[in-house]
Design a protein around this ligand. Structure first.
Ligand code: ADP
Ligand code: MG
Length: 711
């Protein structure tokens, strides 16, 4: 910036006079537990210093001068009206302290300054030109403990608190990210010329966002903590950052880089050892011996004295086991000792709990150190393990299901078990499932990177609860190149962080996860049911190339169509109206989207496919969602055959239209006799048509598949 320092740098001040307790605080931050990194406001850089830094990086700031006594002669070169701002220890939120005066003339500066001095502990003044009014924005950076540097943009100035209208992205952002951030704001219309106001220079706003959060931007140079420009005044002729604040924090710890692991032996071990099964009192270890026996993988038990455990040959120590994978189910205190013997075994899974999650971070550290010392990789602790039909790996009873193309990484073993069992019931076939528990060594990010390159895997589901390692995960998601569905648990519990700036208080884990999803093209889902449904969609339609992003909904009953439109709307998918005249000659009454077409026990099964064909020949639709009222087939008919005939006709339509993704919704399926829905699903699946039992589930899947619809 053009501020020059006039006057003495060392006005006398008592360093003990103002500590943080006296500093004005963010109103919102008052009820929030203070962060241990809390800043001593005496040491934070002054506004003019931060402005110099950002101006050097290319951020436009007002012309100004710094005055440390009451001689304002140097301000004579500035164009009126002028702004006077006092700075000093504890003056963080200047307006609240009465340390900002706008609209001054040069001859009014001295009196205004003297008045501030009479009330405040002032070290000096910044006098600057007053920027013309415009739309006030906030642009900030926050160092998130899990996700690293996060850029925030939103409505700023007086709107910051009232509207809390902001968008987030992880740094570095791309230019399309910057534009999407602005589009996401509820107040986006203000930028584009609202109620007679001219539109602001959006390109200048985008350029500013790139300067702060783009490749090589300020985010790389600032020692992260919190940084914000609030407000940035945007007008038709550009942007000006009229306030700048930087609260340095701890620079992020560089994450340890290691050789990318080959996880194949984890999923497809030559043989497996189980440590902790009992020769006398069956326990968890014994249950796993049963699971493994059912799966048929070569197996050995580790037991100090027995020659066999439950019919499985035993060796006295892991050191004597020639396996690729060892499952350890002994009390937490003894796990490290067992793992130390695992030298030569590439993967050890610790199933036992009682580590970090139970307040024993020390035991977890010992365990990770033992794994490092043995040269083995550790899965868990506190995890169920791995499921891979191809590798005869399992942690669920009842043998393994069919081998397929869908992978799952889960922080919760229980949830993974449910997704496997329910998913297979609904037609999913897994390539590899891995639970990570406390992830003391092997992380979700590392697994995702490997799975993304695994030829057997075409789509990945993730269930996570913990934003630790979020930055690595973000990188892995960005590089993944295959469809990923993400379910995050516990999003509401954390996230409130103490903050002296607005930026920090507005960054919650929920919003950062959403930013990660938006930025990496990951489908963020909100329930286990949707995770399974979206994975089923990916399995059926994953690699299909489509011609457009339009969505057509077609089926019986006007009311169901109206509700379908609402369900898709909630999922963020807009149903575009049908093109004019597209139904000509098909004998249908009303042309709309959702399109009402009779489907029932006495109807012609080929009618809907015919209509679909006629429409997509005219207009590219990416997705067609056909729904059917199953109940009507058994109320007005008494056999399943007409329903099957309809499913077969739809399957044939999918085969005939490879560039359209057809999805079937079987409404009111509980009215069908047992087994009928399964048969419908089987017929549809053979042609790659996924089936859902509700419009909501189908809408979530179509949205995850990337169709936003067009209006
Ligand atoms: P605070 O520490 O309270 O955030 P600011 O420096 O942001 O203080 O000033 C408070 C308000 O005064 C800003 O939100 C903005 O509306 C206005 N303001 C400050 N500096 C200028 C300037 N140079 N030009 C125009 N308006 C300004
Ligand atoms: Mg401000």
């Amino acid at each position: 910036m053009s501020a020059q320092d006039h006057g003495s740098r060392d006005l006398p001040r008592d360093p003990h006079e103002h500590d943080t307790q006296d500093a004005p605080r963010d109103r919102d931050a008052q009820d929030i537990p203070r962060d241990p990194r809390e800043h001593d406001t005496r040491d934070i850089p002054r506004e003019h210093e931060v402005k110099e830094l950002v101006a050097a990086a290319g951020v436009p700031v007002p012309r100004g001068v710094v005055v440390r006594d009451l001689d304002f002669a140097a301000a004579g070169e500035l164009a009126e009206p002028l702004v006077l701002k006092a700075f000093g220890p504890g003056l963080v939120h200047k307006s609240e302290a009465g340390a900002v005066r706008l609209g001054l003339r040069a001859d009014g500066l001295a009196a205004a300054a003297a008045e501030m001095r009479s009330r405040l502990d002032v070290e000096g003044f910044l006098v600057e030109e007053q920027a013309p009014a415009g739309v006030e924005l906030i642009v900030g950076l926050v160092g998130d403990p899990g996700f690293g540097p996060v850029l925030l943009a939103g409505l700023g100035g007086v709107w910051t608190e009232a509207m809390r209208d902001t968008a987030l992205r992880l740094c570095p952002i791309s230019e399309p990210d910057a534009r999407l951030m602005l589009d996401e704001l509820r107040g986006a219309a203000l930028l584009h010329g609202h109620r007679g106001h001219p539109p602001v220079d959006v390109d200048a706003v985008v350029k500013l966002l790139m300067t702060v959060g783009g490749p090589g931007g300020l985010w790389e140079r600032l020692e992260l903590g919190e940084f914000e420009l609030n407000p940035v005044i945007a007008t038709p002729s550009g942007v000006t950052a009229v306030d700048a604040r930087h609260l340095p924090g701890r620079p992020p710890r560089p994450s340890a880089t290691r050789e990318p692991a080959d996880f194949l032996p984890l999923f497809e071990p030559r043989a497996v050892a189980v440590v902790g099964a009992s020769a006398s009192r069956p326990n968890f270890g014994n249950m796993f011996l049963d699971f493994y026996r059912a799966a048929g993988v070569p197996l050995v038990a580790v037991h100090p004295s027995a020659a066999e455990v439950a019919g499985v040959p035993a060796v006295p120590s892991l050191a004597a086991a020639d396996v690729d994978y060892a499952l350890v189910a002994v009390p937490a205190e003894r796990c490290a000792e067992v793992v130390r013997q695992a030298s030569g075994i590439p993967y050890v899974q610790v199933m036992s709990g009682g580590f970090g999650e139970a307040g024993r971070a020390d035991l977890e550290r010992d365990l990770a150190a033992a794994a490092r010392a043995a040269g083995t990789r550790l899965l868990g602790p506190n995890c169920m393990g791995v499921y891979c039909p191809r590798g005869r790996q399992t942690f669920v009873g009842g043998g393994v299901g069919p081998a397929g193309t869908v992978a799952l990484i889960s922080q919760s073993g229980g949830l993974a078990g449910e997704v496997i069992k329910v998913g297979e019931r609904r037609g999913l076939a897994f390539s590899r499932v891995v639970t990570v528990g406390n992830a003391a060594d092997v992380t979700p990010a590392e697994l995702l990177s490997w799975l993304a390159r695994d030829p057997e895997t075409r789509a990945v589901g993730l269930y996570l609860e913990d934003p630790r390692g979020g930055r690595e995960l973000h990188e892995a998601l960005r590089a993944a190149g295959l469809p990923v569905a993400l379910l995050v648990g516990g999003r509401s519990s954390q996230g409130q962080r103490a903050a002296l700036s607005h930026t920090g208080g507005m960054v919650s884990d929920l919003r950062v996860w959403a930013a990660v999803a938006a930025q990496t093209g990951t489908a963020l889902v909100s329930s286990q049911d949707d995770l399974i449904g979206v994975l089923a969609f990916f399995q059926a339609h994953g690699s299909r190339v489509t011609d457009g992003d339009r969505v057509l909904v077609i089926g019986p009953s006007g009311g169901a169509g109206v509700l379908a439109a609402d369900a898709f709307d909630r999922a963020g998918v807009r149903l575009a109206p049908l093109p004019d005249g597209v139904l000509h000659g098909l004998g249908l009454a009303a042309a709309g989207n959702p399109l009402e077409v009779p489907v029932g026990p006495r109807g012609r099964p080929g009618l809907v496919p015919e209509v679909i064909g006629a429409i997509v020949r005219r207009e590219p639709y990416a997705d067609v969602v056909a729904h059917v009222n199953v109940q009507s087939f058994f109320t007005y008919g008494d056999a399943a055959e007409p329903l099957y005939a309809y499913a077969r006709a739809l399957a044939a339509a999918q085969e005939a239209l490879p560039r359209v993704r057809i999805t079937l919704v079987t409404r009111n399926g509980e009215c069908a006799p047992a087994g009928v829905e399964d048969e419908v699903r089987r017929i549809a699946a053979a042609a790659g048509v996924p089936v859902y039992r509700s419009m909501e589930a189908a809408a979530a899947a179509v949205a995850a598949g990337g169709s936003r619809g067009t209006a």
